[in-house]
Ligand binder design. Sequence first.
Ligand code: SF4
Length: 344
Amino acid sequence: MDIKIPEHLVQYCQNIVKPVSGNPFQIEKGNKGAALSPEQIRRMQEEIRRLKEERRAILLVHNYQAPEIQDVADYIGDSLGLSREAAKTDAEVICFCGVNFMGETAKILNPERIVVLPDTSAGCSLEECAPAAELLKFKTAHPELYVVSYINCSSSVKALSDVICTSGNAVRIVSNCPKDRPILFTPDQNLGSWVAKQTGREMILWPGCCYAHALFTADAVVQAKKEHPWAKVVTHPECLQEVKDVSDEVCSTEKMISYCRENSAREFIIATEANMIYRLQKECPDKLFFPLKINGYLPECRHMKKITLSKLLDTLRTLQPQIHLSKEIMDQARAPIERMLEWS
Ligand code: SF4
C-alpha cells in the first residue's frame, strides 16, 4: 500500500502523548476528588442509589472508574459492553461514568434520552490524536479508504467512519471489512498493529496512542515477573508491541476477566489502567492481581479520574451536565456504531 500518513500528523500525535517528567499519571489539581471517609462514601452511595430510582436512571460505569463508583453501577464493563447496554436500555436517564466519547456514544444510540456525564471535560488522548478536520482531509485525498475507527474518538470522527470497533471486537470487525478496499485504522496505532497481525490484513494506521498504555515497557514486565515469578502477564492491546511480546495474553478489559477466571494460574500481572484490578479482584476473589507499574507509579488515567463520587452525586441531583450533539452528527455517527453492534 503506498498511502502514507503525513509527517505533520505523526508529530502532532507525538506531542499529545509525550511523557511528562515525574509521575506521568499525576491527576491535575482540582480534578482530584476530596478525600472521603468510609462513612461519607457510604452515605453518598446511599443517596446515589436513591436518586437513581427517583430519576429512573441507569448508571453505566467503565472498568477504569474508581472502586466507590463501580460499587453503585447498574452495569460495569468495557466500551463494547457499555455500548450494548446503552443501545438496549429503556431508562429515562443514562448516567455515564467514563470519559466524554463514551457519553457521546450513549447519546448517539439514544438521541431522545437524557444522557449525563459527571464531568464532560473528561477527554482521552486517543480522541485528541484524531481531529475530524484532519481525517476529512486524508479521506478526501484517498476516497478508496475504508475507515475503521476505534470507539475512542469524537462523534465527528465516528461520523466520518465506515465502522467502529472496540478492543473487544476489533479483530472480528476488521475481518468483516470489504476485502477490495484499503483500510485506514484510526486513531490507535498500537491496537491497529495488533489487529493487523491477528487478521493478516494490511492497514494504514493513524499515528495516535493512549498516553497511559504507551508508557508500559517490556523492562517493567521483566521486573514485575522477578517479583511475581508465577504470575501470568495480561496486557491491553493499546500497549506497545514490546509489551505484548512478553505477555501471556493480550485482550480487552472484559476478556481479562474470563481469561483470569478460567486460567489455572493464581497470580496475574495486569498491564492496563489500575482500577481494573478492583474489578478483577471482585470477579475472581480467589486470585491475586498486581498492576504493572511504571517507575513505581500506579497507571491511573488522568481523564477517567475526573469523574468522582461527589460529581456523580451532583449530576444525579441536577441532571447536569448533559451531552448535546447536533442531529446531523448523531445521524451520521449512528450508522457505523450500529454496524459494529451488528457485526459483533
Ligand atoms: S486510559 Fe487511555 S484510552 Fe482510556 S480513556 Fe484514558 S487516555 Fe483514553
